[in-house]
Design a protein around this ligand. Structure first.
Ligand SMILES: Nc1ncnc2c1ncn2[C@@H]1O[C@H](COP(=O)(O)OP(=O)(O)O)[C@@H](O)[C@H]1O
Ligand SMILES: [Mg+2]
Length: 486
């Protein structure tokens, strides 16, 4: 097996020295719970714990070596391979991971894509992984590994043989994207959309657009900036692209001037058909993920495929088999005693844009003859002073989506509940698990149930309970994955 990193490359990149008894390095990890034998374990400092507390465990689980701070190395003498690093900051191990990420970027010959946006980063990144994997070795971020450790970790893990690299980049504050995009140096940078998400840290939507626009600052010279032509922040994003080293700006959307343009989107309950023109080339494709928002994201995917010089027709064929990532639209048939109901798991996070998108998708689902559309909604967090209003304002989206019954969890969603006519009110509870029994009692054959809320409201518990009761045992692997998604 070709090692991911040789001793020479590791030492050159990090300035550290490899001691003890290292094994060939075949991967990289910061978490012993998911560590694979041969991984290089970085003992970085987390919010609650210091990775140095897990070094012995990592080595016992087969880590190829552990990257530790020089002044801690002595503690682990004899435990296995150690790469001791020192530096001026308070986390030299994180610095070493960044340095290895930078070295990885320097050595790669892959076409490098970076994806950011208020919503749709992970879905778009996974769609790109799916499409590009069919055309060449593709390396992409795991889950939502998009922050100050997720991005360098993903870079450090990229095999030298990769042909394509896809990186999710996220932020909660201004200036967070700048150092990340400088490290990734994308050949192609895509902003899915700009929406009021994490607004408590921003003065305005324009401020959010400016923070997303930072991604273009890292573009390699002559690279491609891809932006959403339909978005209200289009002009602002365009200005950022034009101020960068981008050689080309490509737009996508339904707008008549979009370079990658949807002419027609036919939405069916379980898939969509998109009639598009991609840089002048007509392409029609089926999309295995439902919803208008995923169709819009798919235009961004096509723009990337074209910019990479990959095969558009093959990409179009691949998209039909695309499945939504965990908690973002997965469908499960619930087997009730006298028929089936449909569960749409949107339990991964929530903000006004994604809740509206999920309600719109629910509206497109055919219900059975006695069936109803049921929305089960938990609080949306990080909305700052306007939080109450953002929750209440969903009432019109509920109406537009022809939702028959709304269940809510959390004090904020209670404001929506109270804004609804009596006929649409199900049950309003303080915490998500208190909705399980009322929901189980309310379900009828033919119902379509969509569950959504911010991660910490734990709407996923409702999904698990419904699946456990009506769809067989919950897949453990999937629950484990749910635990690490962000
Ligand atoms: N373009 C879009 N507009 C509105 N909602 C979207 C869009 N793309 C994705 N979503 C929804 O936003 C939520 C988060 O999607 P995800 O791909 O995980 O985004 P991110 O990684 O940016 O958080 C999901 O509920 C998804 O269905
Ligand atoms: Mg994400």
């Amino acid at each position: 097996m070709i090692p991911l990193w040789t001793r020479e490359a590791l030492e050159a990149a990090t300035g550290g020295s490899l001691q003890g008894n290292p094994k060939p390095i075949t991967g990289a990890s910061i978490d012993t719970r998911t560590l694979q034998p041969g991984d290089l374990f970085f003992a970085i400092r987390g919010d609650a714990r210091d990775g140095h507390d897990f070094v012995r465990d990592a080595l016992a689980r087969g880590a190829g070596a552990a990257v530790v701070a020089t002044d801690r190395a002595e503690e682990f003498a004899g435990a296995g391979g150690l790469l001791a690093v020192s530096g001026g900051t308070d986390d030299p191990v994180l610095d070493a991971m960044r340095a290895l990420g930078t070295a990885s970027r320097r050595r790669t010959k892959a076409g490098i894509v970076a994806v950011t946006g208020s919503v749709g980063k992970t879905g778009t990144k996974e769609a790109l992984r799916h499409v590009l994997s069919a055309q060449g070795e593709t390396h992409a971020s795991i889950a939502s590994y998009n922050n100050h450790w997720g991005v360098p970790l993903t870079l450090a893990r990229m095999p030298a043989t990769s042909r394509y690299g896809v990186f999710e980049i996220g932020m909660n504050h201004p200036r967070e994207i700048v150092p990340l995009t400088a490290m990734v140096r994308p050949d192609i940078a895509l902003i899915t959309t700009v929406e009021p998400v994490h607004i408590e840290h921003f003065a305005s939507l324009s401020a959010i657009a400016d923070a997303k626009g930072e991604i273009f600052s890292g573009l390699s010279a002559g690279g491609t900036a891809i932006i959403n032509r339909d978005n209200s922040s289009y002009a602002r994003l365009l200005a950022h692209a034009q101020a960068s080293k981008a050689g080309r700006v490509v737009t996508f959307g339904e707008h008549p001037e979009a370079d990658v343009r949807a002419l027609r989107i036919v939405m069916r309950p379980d898939l969509s058909v998109v009639d598009a023109v991609v840089m002048g080339i007509p392409v029609t494709y089926q999309l295995g993920t439902p919803g208008r928002h995923t169709a819009m994201n798919s235009l961004g995917v096509m723009a990337v495929v074209h910019a990479l010089g990959a095969d558009l027709a093959r990409a179009a064929l691949s998209l039909a088999a695309l499945k939504p990532p965990v908690g973002r639209g997965e469908r499960t048939a619930l087997k009730l005693t006298d028929g089936e109901a449909f569960l749409v798991d949107e339990s991964y996070n929530a903000n006004p844009a994604s809740v509206r998108a999920a309600l719109a998708t629910l509206s497109g689902i055919e219900t059975g003859s006695r069936g109803r559309r049921i929305a089960v909604l938990g609080d949306m967090l990080e909305l700052g002073a306007a939080a109450e209003e953002h929750h209440r304002a969903l009432a019109s989206a509920v109406e537009d989506a022809r939702v028959d019954l709304v269940f809510t969890a959390g004090p904020m969603m209670r404001h929506l509940f109270e804004a609804l006519p009596m006929s649409r009110r199900g049950v309003s509870a303080g915490i998500s698990t208190d909705l399980v029994d009322p929901l189980l009692g309310a379900l009828r054959p033919g119902d379509a149930i969509m569950v959504k809320g911010s991660n910490s409201i734990r709407m996923g518990r409702i999904v698990e309970a419904l699946k456990a009761r009506y769809a067989g045992a919950v897949d453990r692997a999937e629950s484990a994955q749910a635990a690490i998604r962000q």
